[in-house]
Design a binder for this molecule. Structure first.
Ligand SMILES: Cc1cc2nc3c(=O)[nH]c(=O)nc-3n(C[C@H](O)[C@H](O)[C@H](O)COP(=O)(O)OP(=O)(O)OC[C@H]3O[C@@H](n4cnc5c(N)ncnc54)[C@H](O)[C@@H]3O)c2cc1C
Length: 388
């Protein structure tokens, strides 16, 4: 058993830590206030090779894998969850391609994500179908060698900047709840009939828009079907492998918030001592630090598993646990650390209220906490996770 970060990722961790401190941290508040896409940070991530971390070397990336991306996102999320989301979006829409794409699709779409020439977004949710993905209404109908897609996707992160979209649509009967009634398509931004609808006014993680993708009889060649028709399983495998990457946004946020609050508490005089001298505060710091380390262990192990190809049903509980635990922890830590600053924590002079608003998104996206608990419970009931 080896708990060390692999030597090839130690340098990455140190480099991203420095970048995050010097370049991301000073931009975090501005991004939140302006709500403008941080193009400068995207370019920084391109220049430093971070957009290619999860892309294999043969497709122009560095092949640092899920663990490499997890470690980088953890560093960036200490200061800005919007910036961390930009990195996450190098993997979420490419996941299906990496798992089941044809050689031609990989050669066409992956190198340009790695070198930043293109961006992509992931279209699963619909207004009436979030957790219940089988309730999606977007239809893909065969027409000659093409598929014609019609429907509306919503809450799509990065929808405005994306050059192509990984879109899920029903190819089986409209009312079918069978997994093989849904297929995966790559849809290029410039395809006629595709447009961006409304973008959302959000509580947090501002700067990277979420919004609607409208598909009005969008014609997609059969060559853009990922895997086989009815290959919805690819989507679930992709999301399973993503769990540590979302979790990393949670642990980074929790670490950033706790570090900030500890330094504040040490300098804030009260009752002839400092806030950090109070035993109640110290116990809270100890509790949160312990849980952060527990979340990191769960997350790093899950990332290591995902890189070994362990993201099918048997491994789901371990993957879902890290997402559930790390993102709920982000909410808990941001709440308690804001409290540690008192009124100052409530004001925009400090980052605590931003951490607090950003954290909540994480328990909702890519499978809510309740959905993760359901998956973990099923794993235990099925003995995929069992202790003898
Ligand atoms: C900021 C942001 C960015 C997003 N980005 C994307 C994106 O890029 N692409 C994309 O496709 N989607 C995206 N989403 C959508 C996200 O994936 C969905 O919001 C999520 O899957 C939950 O769906 P819902 O919001 O419809 O909630 P619902 O499914 O309506 O659930 C409502 C509540 O009921 C609970 N619930 C639902 N089912 C069960 C159950 N079986 N048991 C117990 N409780 C249950 C849920 O946990 C939740 O608390 C984004 C969302 C947000 C907030």
């Amino acid at each position: 058993m080896d708990f060390d970060v692999p030597p090839e990722l130690v340098e990455l961790q140190a480099t991203v830590r420095q970048l995050a401190q010097e370049r991301v941290a000073p931009r975090a508040r501005e991004i939140d206030l302006d709500e403008a896409y941080p193009q400068d940070l995207f370019e920084l991530f391109v220049e430093t090779g971070l957009t290619g971390l999860c892309i294999p070397e043969e497709y122009g990336g560095s092949g640092a894998g899920i663990l490499g991306l997890t470690i980088a996102i953890e560093e960036v999320a200490k200061y800005s969850n919007a910036a961390a989301l930009i990195l996450l979006l190098t993997r979420l829409p490419t996941g299906s391609l990496l798992i089941a794409g044809s050689e031609e699709q990989k050669r066409k779409y992956l190198p340009s994500i790695a070198d930043g020439a293109q961006r992509a977004a992931f279209g699963l949710s619909e207004p009436q179908a979030g957790s219940d993905v089988m309730g999606m209404r977007t239809r893909a109908v065969a027409d000659g060698d093409d598929w014609v897609l019609t429907g509306t996707k919503c809450w799509m992160s990065g929808v405005v900047q994306a050059d192509w979209y990984c879109v899920f649509a029903k190819t089986g009967p409209a009312d079918s709840r069978a997994h093989d009634s849904i297929s995966v398509f790559i849809v290029d931004r410039e395809t006629p009939g595709l447009s961006i609808g409304r973008t959302d006014k959000k509580m947090g993680v501002r700067g990277v828009d979420t919004g609607e993708l409208i598909l009005d009889e969008v014609r997609v060649p059969a060559a853009n079907v990922v895997g086989e028709i009815g290959g919805f399983r690819i989507c679930m495998l992709g999301l399973n492998a993503m769990r540590p990457i979302v979790a990393a946004r949670g642990i980074g946020l929790a670490e950033g918030a706790l570090m900030y609050a500890v330094e504040y508490a040490k300098s804030r005089a009260a009752f002839t001592e400092t806030i950090a001298d109070m035993q109640g505060i110290q116990w809270r710091i100890a509790e949160l630090a312990t849980e952060i380390e527990a979340a990191r262990l769960l997350t790093y192990r899950a990332a290591w598993m995902a890189d070994r190809g362990q993201y099918n049903k048997k491994w789901v509980p371990y993957l879902s646990m890290c997402k559930y635990y790390a993102t709920e922890l982000a909410v808990k830590v941001s709440n308690h650390t804001l409290q540690m600053l008192g009124a100052a924590g409530y004001m925009q002079d400090h980052p605590m209220e931003l951490y607090y608003r950003d954290a909540k998104q994480l328990t909702i996206v890519e499978g809510t906490s309740q959905i993760q608990l359901g998956l973990i419970a099923k794993g235990v009931l099925d003995h995929d996770l069992w202790w003898d």
